[in-house]
Design a protein around this ligand. Structure first.
Ligand SMILES: Cc1ncc(COP(=O)(O)O)c(C=O)c1O
Length: 473
């Protein structure tokens, strides 16, 4: 071996690890937005494809250098954008091992340890969320793929009941599946329906209440038809954090014989908290659930799908091939995800759950929810700020409005405040629209956020508000 390959893996891994450690130390204090422009990044990292080898250590140094200013500090405690979440330290370290090991986690024979760890973590997660032991669990990239996988299982199950083999024959000539979603279903549900040939626009939309919760009375009327039926409910609205009334919904779907799917991308984690668990009453009567681990605990990407129908889950995915080698009596990870080759995603979760324990996960969820309430009360104390949602979990929606201002003027002020906050860099918040009102969205889901972070951030947001008001004159 010659040239660059003489730099064997350990020195490179050491160099990357020391850059990563320096980054992680800094990320808890630095400004949260990227501090360089895209053009600067292109200058730092771009150019033509090198014709000849470059020193790998120099390449790692260049990436780390650009990453210092080019990354968004979403690992930091004052990043409140998009329900991003942070990763607990042991999960980050376990993820590095996953890269070093480079296991293909699709089959037991390709990585016994990856298959066994998924099996262990699946049991722990069902225990943590209060889900029945026989349920199946798949480790996917995120809630989008978890929703997709769950709805593929639903499609299989509902059509098998109608004597139709959808995996063999597709949907041409199949009995129609009635799909019911809510006005507030996350867009990833529509994407999953599109990818499964069920049609996003074809779904019936059930009205929601002022908080974004599906109305059971409206669902009841929508359920009057006959034939295969799939209902998609939600635990945790991406704007308000509101939960659909799952107990009532499950009662209705059970008596209709419909499949109930719950998108709990971040809301399922309420099950870990004795205070928040009532929001999920009835969840164990669902047929499938999607959630994300990367929204609270581990690095991207880590989504989870749970189903009460292990056979439908696997049947919807299996595609035999001669080279596939199954190991009798062992869990085959590939049977539960649409992916073929994939990363050993169970390890970061294993490390997070084992280092935190049940009480540690509960404390993170409880703390984030308490801090969201603190943020809401700090902001609401300003005469020109209005919290638009009931802060039931970790989401806070705020609009800024001067007395007598119309919606358009309030929207402009809110957007100016968001832009100022993002430029200031004490914390990072994004914008959204809630029932036609432009709002600032604060999502608290990082294990390292403290009351002091909320205080500093609220002060920065309110200063941005005062400055935006002064600027408007
Ligand atoms: C309710 C809901 N569903 C699905 C998703 C998509 O999750 P992911 O980006 O992990 O696929 C999100 C993301 O915020 C969400 O809030």
């Amino acid at each position: 071996m010659s040239g660059v390959m003489e730099h064997l893996t350990p020195p490179i891994a050491n160099r990357a690890a020391s850059h990563a450690c320096a980054y992680l130390e800094a990320v808890y204090e630095r400004a949260v937005g990227a501090t360089v422009s895209a053009d600067q990044l292109r200058r730092l990292l771009g150019g033509t494809l090198p014709e000849h080898e470059e020193d790998p250590l120099a390449v790692i140094d260049a990436i780390a250098e650009a990453g210092r200013s080019g990354t968004v500090a979403s690992q930091g405690p004052r990043y409140f954008g998009f329900v991003t979440g942070g990763s607990v330290p042991a999960a980050i370290a376990a993820d590095w091992l996953v890269s070093a090991w480079d296991q293909n986690a699709q089959m037991f024979v390709m990585s016994p340890i990856a298959a066994v760890v998924e099996q262990i973590v699946a049991v722990w997660l069902k225990d943590l969320f209060g889900l029945p032991g026989p349920w199946s669990v798949g480790f996917v990239t995120g809630a989008q793929m978890a929703n997709f996988t769950a709805l593929a299982a639903a499609r299989h199950h509902l059509l098998a009941q109608a004597d139709w083999d959808v995996e063999r024959h597709g949907l041409f000539g199949a009995p129609p599946i009635e799909v019911i979603v809510s006005d507030e279903s996350h867009r990833t549900i529509s994407t999953a329906l599109r990818m499964l040939g069920l049609g996003a626009e074809r779904a019936r939309r059930v009205e929601t209440d002022a908080h974004g919760r599906m109305r059971p009375d409206r669902l009841e009327s929508a359920l009057r038809s006959h034939g295969p039926c799939l209902v998609c409910a939600q635990a945790g609205n991406v704007n308000t954090g509101a939960f659909d009334p799952l107990e009532e919904i499950a009662g209705l779907t059970r008596s209709r014989g419909a499949w109930l799917h719950v998108d709990g991308a971040f809301g399922l984690w309420a099950a870990t908290s004795e205070v928040k668990r009532p929001l999920l009453a009835g969840i164990d009567r669902a047929d499938s659930i999607a959630t994300d681990a990367h929204k609270w605990l581990v690095p991207y990407d880590s989504g989870l799908v749970f189903t009460a129908h292990p056979e439908a889950h696997q049947q919807s995915l299996v595609a035999p091939a001669h080279y596939i080698q199954m190991t009798p009596g062992e869990r085959e990870p590939r049977s539960f995800t649409p992916d073929e080759s994939r990363r050993a995603r169970g390890f970061p979760l294993y490390a997070a759950l084992r280092t935190l324990g049940r009480s540690g996960v509960r404390d993170i969820v409880n703390r984030c929810c308490d801090l969201a309430v603190l943020m809401a009360s700090r902001l609401a104390a300003h005469d020109h700020a209005r919290v638009l949602n009931d802060v039931v979990l970790n989401q806070v929606l705020v609009q800024f409005r001067r007395p007598g201002a119309d919606d358009g003027t309030a929207a402009a002020l809110t957007q100016r405040v968001i832009a100022r906050v993002q430029a200031d860099g004490t914390c990072w918040v994004g914008g959204t629209k809630w029932h036609d009102l432009v709002a600032m969205r604060v999502s608290v889901s990082n294990w390292s956020t403290t009351a002091d972070d909320i205080d500093r951030s609220a002060t920065a947001i309110l200063s941005a508000l005062d400055a935006a008001i002064a600027e408007a004159g």
